[in-house]
Design a protein around this ligand. Structure first.
Ligand SMILES: NC(=O)c1ccc[n+]([C@@H]2O[C@H](COP(=O)([O-])OP(=O)(O)OC[C@H]3O[C@@H](n4cnc5c(N)ncnc54)[C@H](OP(=O)(O)O)[C@@H]3O)[C@@H](O)[C@H]2O)c1
Length: 314
């Protein structure tokens, strides 16, 4: 195959978004079951900011560091053992370095993209959607449950709101006031976070809260969850790696002491794509930025008040 070059977003140092730049890199030919994808959009996640901020270590031997883990695009080449065809529209999830115009991903990262699903939505669906399914499965959310969700308007939060609703649960979701109408449109009951949160939730749910899901990770979310939900196995956090092990609540994700739930998350991929294509699950797009504006996209995500998903386009 003739050599292919890609435009790739890299972090050239540890620090703030100013360390991001776009470089040209040669793309290797796909081997084994690998698939090469011409990327139409790549999803931005908070973890992408954390890998170069220093929050997760600062090993300089990893620089320059490619970023991203999810993208959507068209297959341009396949390895000899691949069952995917050139020209197929796909989503690549758990695809390291996904901020690239051409990306080689392992075969097990590839999911068929339904025709009715847009590129931006497809690129932003699976990390947040899979995480949301994991939180709901780990806490056994079912019809009739009342769920307190901390951080209802973020990327993961909006997925939890909708998927809990599809399971027949009642969702009380914390968010800033400006996001309350959006949460109502998805069937959740919004609650302002901050002082007095537990009392506001008690007033809305005098019969009690069955499950708490924390996507925020601060003390307030943990303390209010502990005060309102008696069964600690029905409290889950994806962001409080500090307190969860001490409090005996479920810690979900990749990190010390956490349950990565990879089977649950991977097992949910096709159904998430189907629901999104059918319009039963909406990926709210907060912003679309070109690769050249990746720093701006990361500033927005890093500020911690994104409503939905930010995506990058080559
Ligand atoms: N463990 C895992 O597997 C896993 C997977 C995905 C994400 N994560 C982590 O989970 C967290 C959330 O991810 P995300 O992608 O959903 O992030 P995100 O989209 O950036 O979340 C932003 C949301 O957080 C809300 N928020 C900010 N401060 C808040 C507070 N004090 N109380 C309640 N809500 C608050 C904001 O609401 P307002 O704008 O309305 O204030 C905004 O809607 C991140 O730390 C991420 O790294 C973990």
């Amino acid at each position: 195959m003739p050599p292919v070059n890609a435009r790739v977003v890299v972090a050239t140092d540890f620090g703030g978004p100013e360390v991001l730049s776009v470089v040209d890199q040669e793309v290797p030919d796909p081997q084994g079951d690998e698939v090469r994808v011409a990327v139409r959009a790549a999803g931005v996640n908070r973890i992408d900011v954390k890998v170069y901020s220093g929050e997760m270590g600062a090993d300089r031997s990893q620089l320059p560091r490619r970023l991203g883990s999810e993208a959507a695009g068209v297959v341009t080449a396949v390895g000899p053992d691949s069952s995917v065809a050139v020209g197929e529209e796909v989503i690549a999830f758990r695809a390291p370095g996904a901020y690239a115009s051409e990306l080689v991903a392992p075969g097990n990262a590839i999911v068929a993209k339904p025709g009715g699903l847009g590129w931006h939505e497809a690129a932003g669906l699976l990390l947040t959607g899979g995480t949301a399914v994991h939180t709901l499965t780990a806490t056994s959310v079912a019809a009739g449950d009342t769920v307190l969700l901390h951080g209802g308007s973020g990327g993961v939060g909006l997925m939890v709101v909708q998927l809990a609703g599809l399971r027949g649960a009642r969702v009380l979701a914390t968010a800033s006031e400006r996001n309350h109408e959006l949460l109502r449109s998805f069937g959740a009951e919004p609650v302002v976070y901050g002082d007095g949160l537990a009392d506001r939730v008690r007033a809305l749910a005098p019969d009690g809260v069955d499950v708490a899901i924390d996507t925020v990770g601060n003390d307030e979310a943990m303390d209010v969850s502990l005060s309102l939900v008696a069964d600690r196995s029905r409290i889950a956090t994806i962001a409080n790696f500090d307190r969860a092990p001490r409090e005996g609540v479920q810690l979900l994700g990749n990190g010390p002491g956490a349950d990565p739930g990879q089977d649950i998350r991977d097992g949910a991929r096709d159904e998430l794509a189907r629901l999104a294509a059918a319009g039963e699950l909406r990926v709210v797009i907060a912003g679309v930025f070109s690769f050249d504006r990746a720093a701006e996209a990361h500033r927005q995500v890093g500020a911690g008040h994104t409503t939905g998903k930010v995506v990058l386009v080559p």
